[in-house]
Design a protein around this ligand. Structure first.
Ligand SMILES: Cc1cc2nc3c(=O)[nH]c(=O)nc-3n(C[C@H](O)[C@H](O)[C@H](O)COP(=O)(O)O)c2cc1C
Length: 183
């Protein structure tokens, strides 16, 4: 099963990206095939409907999304919403890439948690006809530290991430099996 992760920050040392790297490790431990798209390392030009050809970086992201059976999107909480960097990436997408695929949304906030960005992200996923995972994850400022293995230092948060990722993987398996059975 293939999962694509998109890190929606272009800040060096972004905690939303660290959280996504921790999730990547959990998925790899389950021998899942993971593609990590880090929008800091793979900057995308500003989306324009007038552009005639896709920039190679956009092409790479689009292929990674098309190839995946499930997606995990990470964003910093910016002014009660998602980052412009992630919104720009999502503007390149269309229902043909996302429809019917489970999507887990995760955020990092400066406050206690970043629910607004998660709600906005789930709204965008819904408009792309993706299947919002019933779980989501937000790490507020008091959960921004990671241990030497790259997992959240707080035991409770580690458990929460584990559980949310487990439920996302289950949902992705079920939906992928349903698609295969229907073919
Ligand atoms: C432009 C901007 C807007 C922000 N707005 C919010 C906000 O509305 N709520 C909040 O809790 N934190 C806000 N923050 C703080 C970030 O959410 C916080 O620093 C978070 O850890 C950023 O994620 P990152 O570590 O992945 O960059 C904002 C930060 C920036 C730079």
């Amino acid at each position: 099963m293939k999962i694509t992760l998109i890190a929606g920050s272009n800040r060096e040392g972004a905690t939303s990206t660290s959280l996504l790297r921790s999730i990547e490790r959990l998925l790899k431990d389950q021998h899942l095939s993971v593609t990590f798209v880090d929008l800091r390392e793979l900057p995308l030009p500003l989306y324009s409907p007038d552009a005639e050809a896709l920039h190679p970086n956009v092409q790479r992201m689009v292929e990674a999304v098309a190839d995946a059976e499930g997606l995990i999107l990470a964003t910093p909480e910016y002014h009660g919403s998602i980052s412009g960097v992630l919104k720009n990436a999502l503007d390149y997408m269309h229902a043909g890439l996302v429809a019917g695929k489970p999507v887990l949304s995760v955020s990092s906030a400066g406050g206690p948690m970043g629910v607004s960005s998660l709600l906005h992200l789930q709204g965008i996923v819904r408009n792309l006809h993706g299947v919002n995972c019933p779980e989501w994850i937000s790490i507020g400022a008091s959960y921004h530290s990671f241990d030497s293995d790259g997992h959240p230092s707080d035991e409770g948060m580690r458990g929460r991430v584990d559980s949310a990722v487990g439920k996302f993987v289950d949902l992705t398996r079920k939906l992928a099996a349903g698609v295969e059975a229907a073919i």
